[in-house]
Ligand binder design. Structure first.
Ligand SMILES: CC(C)(COP(=O)(O)OP(=O)(O)OC[C@H]1O[C@@H](n2cnc3c(N)ncnc32)[C@H](O)[C@@H]1OP(=O)(O)O)[C@@H](O)C(=O)NCCC(=O)NCCS
Length: 358
């Protein structure tokens, strides 16, 4: 995801961007830094700093990472430039307008600011107030607004982080496939089978519109979502995740299949292969079932089918990233013969990485 933080100098963008980037393990792409190195000043109208920031952000996004962009973005062309970049690379965009609603706090921050970059000329309060008011045009997409006068850095970063985590994007799936217009069932027009794999009790199949409702119900269940940083998902995020799960098949030939019980046709959740947001180089096996479907061995049965099929699809090694606190999921991975290869910490949460043996 490309996260773009915009706003006047001194509102607190850079502190926020730096902390968010640290939390996401993403580069902090700061236009100021390029302008300082080039001897330019924000407001000169020279777009070279923005151009260099585009190059860096594009590289990060193409390599499968998030990028956190930090710039004043005072004109429509600058903001449209980030939108075009996100569309070009095929990643979602989170636009964040950083403001400071208390002029006294804003003034103090600007006056007390010292240069933290060689060559950086810190703007004066007079130059900040002389700028035209920072505002979006009425026809621009809405942004998340962070008012640094009324929140803390930690709270704002946690909120933005949750928005990034809740987004089902994976850089390897083009944004067009993730759009609300994504048509479930497009496989049928191409003559591809709906059922991808079949086990004794389950069908692992492509998604249907009718899955969205039970899927949203399970994603809204706090027990199902206990080990995810996002917490329970709202309907929009749940539908987006279903689109992602289905779109993976279009892009990779494998994906996160809907799990259907053969006996009664009930939708139980998903199980399949995808690319992990933090490790787009690795193919991940994942599972998520409705609470009522736990304790029957369904996840293990579905996961085994995928791991059996994977080598035939040219996948040498499949990984699994599990919150270390998620005992049930770790048990599934172990039952499938995956072995722990790494212990890591993401966003302050311990994560166990397991993988099939090469
Ligand atoms: C992770 C998750 C899929 C595990 O589900 P699960 O039902 O515990 O796992 P399995 O399908 O392998 O079922 C194993 C259980 O079924 C029991 N079982 C019953 N009949 C069985 C059968 N025929 N075959 C195998 N196991 C059977 C096993 O004894 C075991 O029970 P236990 O948990 O009491 O030991 C489920 O907890 C979940 O969806 N969690 C929320 C989402 C999530 O965390 N996803 C993982 C993110 S990394």
């Amino acid at each position: 995801m490309l996260v773009v933080l915009s706003g006047l100098p001194g509102v607190g963008k850079t502190t926020l961007a730096r902390e968010l980037a640290r939390s996401l393990g993403a580069p902090h792409v700061r236009v100021d830094a390029f302008e300082a190195a080039l001897g330019l000043r924000d407001g000169d109208g020279d777009p070279t700093g923005y151009r260099l920031a585009h190059v860096l952000a594009r590289d990060a996004l193409r390599s499968g990472r998030h990028a956190v962009l930090d710039a004043v973005n005072p004109v429509r062309a600058a903001r449209d430039g980030w939108r075009a970049l996100a569309a070009e690379v095929g990643v979602p965009l989170l636009e964040v307008d950083v403001t400071c609603s208390d002029p006294a706090v804003h003034e103090r921050r600007v006056r007390e600011r010292t240069a933290d970059l060689p060559g950086h000329v810190v703007p004066t309060w007079e130059s900040v107030t002389a700028r035209p008011a920072w505002q979006r045009d009425a026809d621009e997409p809405p942004a998340v607004v962070v008012d640094t006068a009324t929140t803390t850095v930690a709270r704002a970063v946690a909120d933005l982080r949750a928005r990034v985590d809740a987004h089902p994007e994976q850089v390897v799936v083009p944004a067009s496939l993730l759009a609300p217009g994504h048509r479930f069932g497009s496989w049928a027009a191409r003559g591809e089978p709906e059922v991808v794999l079949e086990t004794e009790r389950l069908l692992l199949r492509r998604w249907r519109e009718a899955d969205l409702e039970p899927f949203a119900a399970m994603n809204a269940d706090p027990q199902v979502m206990e080990h995810f940083a996002s917490g329970p998902l709202d309907r929009e995020a749940s539908d987006g995740l279903a689109r992602y799960a289905d779109a993976c098949f279009e892009v990779h030939g494998y994906g996160l299949a809907a799990v259907e019980r053969k006996d009664d046709g009930a939708f139980l959740g998903f199980c399949g292969l995808g690319r992990h947001r933090r490790r787009p180089d690795a193919v991940e096996v994942g599972w998520r079932l409705a609470r009522s479907a736990w304790g029957h061995g369904y996840a293990t049965e579905a996961g085994r089918a995928w791991l059996t099929a994977a080598p035939g699809s040219g996948l040498e090694r499949v990984a699994c990233f599990v919150a270390t606190s998620n005992g049930r999921s770790l048990a599934v991975a172990r039952r499938l013969g995956l072995e722990v290869v790494e212990e890591d910490v993401w966003a302050g949460q311990p994560v166990t990485v397991l993988a099939t043996q090469p």
